[in-house]
Design a protein around this ligand. Structure first.
Ligand code: F6R
Length: 244
């Protein structure tokens, strides 16, 4: 097991450090498969990566990306779909090839089939060289929610009340938040050669403490990362504040 924890002063410093780690991955292996995340946490990191690209420090032309998850039922044009988010925050601003970015498709009628095909796609790419993760207030990674088991492969997930509540800020009301998502499984994530988990703010402090300083349990899905051989956590002081 190897978990390195880097504590940054605040969100901006966390974002700069995370972007530097991703940048060195791209420099060392220009044809890397990057596993990407959505949500508020990585937005600053993506901004920093775009800046590095504009400054000609980074070249994405040989990079392939795979995303963790997508809401079920949202079209790719919906401004809350993760497809839209990734284009808006990163893909449209760097020189990624158009056919080199993959997300599960939440609009397919047969979601189980879509999940199996997505898992096969990620596997055929050799899984992520570096997987970027945020973490839910309840310790979820991807949309692997607290439960009795760790689900291995990409699967359809019923989102918990806590996750729907956390995400309702992006929708007109809680009723508009999709109730299901397609998410990489814990096995898919654990195949990544390096995991880079980011966390910012006091409401992530419990999740950081439970994931890295508590028992490994599916009640806190992030805790499985203690069994990964190469995890880097970059969190800010607030997110680290419950660690003694
Ligand atoms: C996003 C994802 C989620 C988020 C988590 C934290 O693709 O899989 O696990 O990383 O919900 O979200 P934020 O960053 O909005 O607090």
């Amino acid at each position: 097991m190897s978990v390195r924890i880097i504590v940054a002063k605040d969100y901006d410093e966390m974002s700069r450090k995370a972007a530097n780690i991703i940048a060195s991955q791209i420099i060392m292996k220009p044809d890397s498969v990057l596993g990407l995340a959505t949500g508020s946490t990585p937005i600053g990191t993506y901004k920093e990566l775009v800046k590095k690209y504009e400054n000609k420090e980074l070249d994405f032309s040989e990079i392939t990306t795979v995303n963790l998850d997508e809401y079920k039922g949202l079209s790719r044009e919906h401004d809350q779909s993760y497809y839209y988010f990734m284009h808006d925050n990163l893909f449209d601003h760097v020189n990624l090839r158009k056919d080199a970015s993959f997300l599960p498709d939440g609009t397919k009628a047969d979601s189980e089939k879509e999940c199996a095909e997505y898992e096969a796609k990620v596997a055929s790419l050799g899984y992520a060289d570096l997987q970027l993760l945020g973490i839910g207030r309840n310790g979820h990674i991807g949309f692997n929610e607290p439960g009795d088991v760790f689900v291995k492969d990409t699967h359809v997930v019923d989102l918990t009340e806590s996750t729907i509540d956390a995400n309702k800020r992006f929708f007109a009301s809680a009723d508009d938040v999709p109730k299901q998502a397609l998410s990489m499984g814990i096995g898919t994530i654990m195949h990544a050669k390096t995991v880079l988990l980011l966390a910012s703010g006091k409401d992530k402090a419990e999740a950081i403490k439970n994931s890295f300083f508590g028992p490994v349990t599916p009640q806190c899905q992030g805790s499985i990362l203690q069994f990964h051989s190469n995890v880097i956590v970059v969190c800010d002081e607030d997110a680290y504040s419950l660690v003694k």
